[in-house]
Design a protein around this ligand. Structure first.
Ligand code: FVH
Length: 308
């Protein structure tokens, strides 16, 4: 469920202010810590390189010397470290019994599930997070960032307001791996788009009569207007039914591939960002799906056993 940011006003200050411990003061961690301090939270921080806490202490944080001291200081314990291995190294030997552990470190779904089982075996409730933002978006609701959280619904409901201070929290299910899976899926969509954008800019950037400042708004508008097709593609993938008679059938698109490859060659641009997608279109057409749109390409990536 998506919550409007207005659900997360500044938290109370003074004796009733939420209190939490935060481990990991890298670029993202520092942005999170600042947002909690600015909202009046009582924040205990730890970082491997202790000096990174100095500025936050000046802003009101309490820095402690060990992960164990940070975990002991509060029920709500949040980690934002480099990777899952660093989370294990940091929390090993700390007493997690009765704690609510929220790990915002990016990792695989399997790592999140294993970390959840590890935390629960030590008596903690657990949420794994996928941060859909970059540091300047943290604490800036209008920037549109949010954090996916999956695992213990009870933990989420207990701390939703506090967790919502830096970024809007969205509960992503009780499977601890589902925040990470959706995080990676969303970023994969971003990388695919960036691949096309990179190729497009490479095609035109050295052309004397084309000004990138004129071309770029066209590229932005085109990518955004094409994004409206995502919902139709998703509906077809969900149903596993790929209608024929698409307005831009694969057969037509596949026939146009040579135009893209020749243009790239003539412009001195490597086609390597596009050729894997073109290869999938060709295979799908060869399998007899030329009248369909692009949604069915997913069947080539996740082949399902055919019915007996
Ligand atoms: N920055 C971003 O734009 C992205 C946005 C999406 C989410 N990611 C993930 O968030 C995690 C933290 O990212 P970060 O930007 O804070 O990362 P760094 O600035 O590189 O800081 C890393 C912190 O981890 C500490 N650390 C590293 N290894 C260990 C270890 N073995 N034991 C204890 N701590 C460790 C490091 O400490 P130090 O180097 O200062 O001593 C930093 O605090 C990350 O998963 C992103 O993928 C950010």
């Amino acid at each position: 469920m998506t919550h409007p940011i207005s659900d997360y006003p500044s938290v109370a200050s003074g004796a009733s202010a939420p209190s939490l411990s935060f481990l990991g003061l890298g670029g993202m961690g520092t942005a999170f810590a600042r947002a909690w301090l600015a909202a009046g939270c009582s924040l205990t921080v730890w970082n491997r390189t202790a000096g990174k806490a100095d500025a936050l202490v000046a802003e009101g944080a309490v820095a402690v010397r060990s992960p164990a001291a940070a975990v002991a200081a509060n029920t709500l314990v949040v980690t934002c470290l480099l990777d899952d291995a660093s989370v294990g190294q940091t929390l090993e030997g700390t007493d997690l019994a009765g704690k609510d552990l929220v790990d915002l470190t990016t990792g695989t779904p399997a790592e999140a599930r294993a970390r959840g089982a590890w935390a629960e075996a030590r008596g903690a409730r657990f949420l794994s997070g996928g941060i859909m933002a970059v540091p300047p978006m943290v604490g800036v609701p209008e920037a549109g960032g949010y954090v996916l959280l999956s695992g213990s619904r009870g933990l989420f409901e207990t701390h939703e307001a506090t967790l919502g201070v830096p970024l809007v929290p969205e509960f992503a299910g009780v499977d601890a791996g589902h925040a990470a899976l959706q995080d990676i899926a969303l970023l994969s969509g971003m990388y695919g788009t960036l691949a096309g954008v990179t190729h497009a800019l490479a095609l035109v950037r050295d052309e004397k009569e084309i000004n990138l400042r004129d071309f770029t708004p066209r590229l932005v508008n085109w990518v955004m207007s094409m994004a409206s097709a995502i919902e139709q593609i998703s509906d077809q993938v969900a149903s596993g039914h790929y209608p024929t008679g698409d307005v831009a059938p694969l057969s037509m698109q596949s026939a146009g591939v040579s135009t893209f490859l020749t243009t790239a060659r003539d412009q001195g641009v490597s086609p390597e960002l596009l050729t894997p997608y073109f290869a999938l279109m060709k295979r799908r057409v060869e399998q007899g799906h030329g009248d369909e749109g692009p949604a069915g390409l997913v069947e080539l990536l996740t082949p399902r056993p055919t019915a007996p």
